[in-house]
Design a protein around this ligand. Structure first.
Ligand code: V47
Length: 420
């Protein structure tokens, strides 16, 4: 049993220090081959893709489209699973975390979002620092390793409010990893503080920011942008902010919000843009494909993705993003039942216990935002699916628990690389 010590959080520095990250390299063909039987593919259009995967060759946009068009769902699962298996074996990750959505007051009014409110509007809320500290204390007492903190683009909170929040959280709970603020919020801070994005990120890092979540990416396409989230940061802005974060040694996640007005070709382009950035400036830890939940949004007339489309999106993310270590199913969006199934479609991470989630709720549950998984339930579902549950921290290091608390053994590789 390793000695219990406080988990080593990335040391905040303002110079962006830390070892440069290597891209999470694709596993060699030899590791993949035992899991891929080309003869078992019913859709022969998948055979050349399987050969590319075995040869360690990168998939093209046309391959991505062929994968979306196939009806051979078992063949698709086999391809995605071969990569998952070679990278992670039977491990399925989860974490003990807590989402805190500090305010739903937002300068934007994206059509897909049921969360945003204007000042004074029914249901508008804004947490005080004290309230957030209480939530953080509850999270720490419940054994959480991570706080995931995001909110709307609040029109009048000043930048020091956010810096102060991180500083005080870090002082109170040095062991908790602070994964906070999407690129959209970072862009907003840069405007309100009249500071370049790099300076904003350096100040947040110094205040205690551990990493950035992947939200706000939506779909990297101007047509979709103008139709559904006009006014929001465009794709080049989102990608530049993540690139700057990576250059400063801040790890980030990536998302795609699918199943509304975008085409499959636009999804494939989105994934390729993420893959290109990961080549240029490695630092993404995982992709989280977010299944659009229409309820309560301005797009409530749309049906939202089917279960099969969810599985395809997760599997194709695994296949196209050969330089991403992890694919996460966020059970809030995909449902826990489908997330369990997705472990056999390339997914290796189920995110966390979550507890409260204000942004969306499936099946018309708006109003009741208590959305929690117990560790026992996550483990039960993982084991039933044939995998080994492994608790990770935000940087994908194994967490060891004892009666004294939790720790991450010091000899583990850091984010973006695979644990042994
Ligand atoms: O940015 C908003 C999306 C995102 C809806 O980085 C919706 O570890 C579906 O980014 N239906 C926030 N999605 C969630 C997010 C996230 C979640 C879990 C883990 C991580 C991580 C990141 O949710 C938003 C937006 O893209 N969203 N409305 C909706 N109706």
């Amino acid at each position: 049993m390793p000695q219990m010590q406080p988990a080593a959080q990335p040391q905040p520095t303002i110079d962006g220090g830390g070892a440069p990250l290597a891209p999470a390299a694709a596993p060699p063909g030899a590791a993949i081959e035992p899991w891929l039987q080309i003869d078992a593919l019913i859709d022969r259009a998948l055979a050349p893709i399987a050969e590319k995967i075995i040869a360690g060759k990168r998939l093209s946009a046309a391959d991505g489209m062929a994968l979306f068009e196939t009806r051979d769902i078992h063949g698709l699962a086999m391809l995605a699973n071969a990569i998952r298996q070679a990278r992670h074996g039977r491990t399925a990750y989860y974490n003990i975390n807590r989402h805190i959505n500090y305010s739903n007051i937002c300068a934007l009014s994206c059509k897909f979002c049921e969360f945003h409110r204007k000042r004074g509007e029914d249901g508008a809320y804004e947490y005080s620092h004290e309230h957030i500290f209480n939530l953080a204390s509850q999270a720490a007492a419940a054994g959480a390793t991570e706080l995931h903190i995001v909110g709307g683009l609040h029109p009048w909170l000043p930048f020091p409010w956010y810096l102060n929040l991180l500083e005080q959280l870090r002082a109170r709970h040095p062991q908790l990893h602070l994964k906070c603020f999407t690129a959209i919020e970072i862009d907003h801070f840069s405007r309100i503080a009249r500071l370049p994005v790099r300076d904003v990120l350096m100040a947040l890092k110094q205040a205690g920011l551990g990493s950035m979540p992947g939200g706000g990416a939506e779909v990297f396409d101007d047509r979709v942008h103008d139709q559904v989230f006009k006014g929001k940061l465009r794709s080049d802005g989102w990608l530049n902010i993540h690139q700057t974060a990576h250059e400063l040694g801040i790890r980030t996640n990536a998302t795609i919000l699918y199943g509304h007005v975008e085409t499959r070709a636009e999804r494939v382009e989105h994934l390729i843009k993420l893959r290109d950035l990961q080549d240029r400036a490695p630092g993404f830890q995982c992709i989280i494909p977010l299944s659009f939940i229409p309820d309560g949004s301005e797009l409530a007339h749309l049906p939202g993705p089917t279960g099969l489309e969810d599985l395809k999106m997760l599997a194709i993310s695994r296949l196209m993003l050969d330089n991403f270590a992890h694919v996460k199913a966020f059970w809030i969006m995909q449902s826990m039942k489908l997330s369990q199934v997705s472990l056999n479609f390339g997914v290796d991470d189920l995110d966390g216990t979550v507890v409260w989630y204000d942004i969306t709720k499936r099946e018309g549950g708006a109003g009741n935002k208590h959305q929690e998984q117990t560790v026992e339930n996550i483990k039960r579902l993982v084991v039933e699916a044939g995998f080994i549950p492994v608790e990770r921290d935000t940087l994908y290091r194994r967490v060891i628990r004892s009666r004294q608390g939790w720790c991450v053994p010091a000899d583990q590789p850091a984010a973006a690389e695979d644990p042994p």
